[in-house]
Design a protein around this ligand. Structure first.
Ligand SMILES: Cc1ncc(COP(=O)(O)O)c(C=O)c1O
Length: 403
């Protein structure tokens, strides 16, 4: 008799289900479908030649270190370099305020590991980033969703919710926010909202986990200070990553925060992977030392801005007037809202039949709502495919519009 594997799963493993997005992406990769679903960067933005050059130099000169174990905190020179990038935040940050992680996804996992007990509440935006929700859920976190408008999370509702949860004796551990060009809504939190969210967090004594992967991918408008930079009391923990501004394959990211929190993350990370790969840290460090990463980001912004414009123009041209969508000032995503009576999960097979894919918005709503919404990514497909994909999708949607 073969072993009954399911009987052996931990509570944590039993709780986790395959991500609908990852499953969708598998279907799409097998067919001739234009995918507006995944959030992968455009490979044209990867500085492959320069990365190849520095990798060869490192392996020729420094292989003893590059192929060795390394410190859990991460390469000091790289941490220093990242901190200098944040100098405009006007904060005295030291090496004990930063740890390098294997992608921001590991940062999300480690923060959950450090802060969450089963049943603890995490406040999330509606919609939010699915893989973050899954990380919180895997440690038993219970999501409480707060709606957003075009300035970000609705602060009055946030305050009311925290008041109510306190009355009920529920333990809220942190507010999770993607303050810039949010994944999935494409919305950026306004400065007054950032200040208010921080005030509320301080009043109710809960952490803010500010996830900021798209921060430097601003196409227009003035950059806003991060919530992290507004905080002087250690309430905010900030996640940053090289995934969207350099390449995701090196899996390099960082967590910034109060040194006590960083210390705890380092201890937890030791049990997870001992250290982030040092070869990749040296590659990114040398890449940044020998090249101007900001200049590279500038040229990448041009690529993404053009793609965003193609998508917004195509949406106006091909989508019915009953649909509305966000107009992101940066990042990778546009969020579409259709009339309430359209269920985009039910519509999905038809869209695939027509040769276009999207991610159903309900995947991003911690409260199970959003069945009439979808996330569209403009980052990966070619410009002509974006236009054609939106045209196909418009056709599918129009068939469902009631007169
Ligand atoms: C909001 C958000 N957080 C975290 C991540 C994960 O980034 P990384 O590649 O650094 O793990 C992503 C990737 O899409 C993201 O959109």
């Amino acid at each position: 008799m073969s072993i009954n594997i399911e009987e052996f799963y931990s509570v944590l493993a039993s709780r986790m289900k395959a991500s609908t997005i990852r499953e969708t992406l598998k279907i799409i990769q097998r067919s001739n479908v234009i995918s507006l679903a995944g959030g992968m960067p455009d490979p044209a933005t990867f500085p492959a030649k320069e990365i190849n050059q520095v990798t060869q130099q490192i392996l020729a000169k420094n292989s003893a270190c590059a192929l060795q174990y390394s410190s859990t905190e991460g390469l000091p020179e790289l941490r220093e370099l990242i901190l200098n990038w944040f100098s405009e935040d006007n904060k005295k940050l030291g090496l004990d305020n930063i740890v390098i992680t294997s992608g921001s996804q590991q940062g999300l996992d480690l923060m959950s590991k450090v802060l969450l007990n089963p049943g603890d509440i995490v406040i999330v935006e509606l919609p939010s980033y699915l893989a973050a929700l899954n990380a919180f859920r895997s440690y038993g976190g219970e999501m409480k969703g707060i709606s957003m408008d075009n300035e970000g999370v609705e602060v009055d509702i946030l305050e009311e919710t925290l008041t109510q949860l306190k009355k009920e004796g529920q333990k809220v551990k942190f507010i999770y926010t993607i303050s810039n060009f949010q994944n999935s809504a494409g919305v950026t939190m306004s400065l007054p909202r950032r200040k208010r969210v921080l005030e509320i967090a301080q009043k109710f004594e809960v952490f803010i986990l500010e996830d900021n992967p798209y921060d430097k991918l601003r196409f227009e408008g003035e950059p806003l200070p991060s919530i992290y930079s507004l905080d002087n009391e250690g309430y905010v923990i900030s996640l940053g990553t090289f995934s969207k501004i350099l390449c995701p394959g090196l899996r390099l990211a960082w967590v910034l925060g109060d040194k006590k929190i960083i210390e705890k993350i380092v201890i937890m990370k030791q049990a997870t992977d001992l250290c982030t790969t040092i070869l990749n840290q040296l590659i990114v460090y040398e890449y940044c030392r020998q090249n101007d990463i900001d200049k590279n980001i500038e040229s990448n912004i041009k690529i993404y801005r053009k793609k965003r414009d193609v998508m917004l123009k195509a949406l106006s041209k091909y989508f019915p007037s009953e649909a509305s969508w966000t107009k992101p000032e940066g990042g990778f995503f546009v969020f579409v809202t259709l009339p309430e009576y359209i269920d985009v999960d039910v519509m999905f097979p038809e869209a695939i039949e027509e040769g276009v894919a999207y991610v159903s918005g309900s995947a991003f709503f911690a409260n199970g709502k959003g069945k009439n919404t979808m996330r569209l990514s403009f980052c990966y497909p070619k410009e002509e495919d974006i236009e054609e994909g939106i045209k196909r999708l418009g056709k599918v949607i129009k068939k469902r519009i009631k007169n």
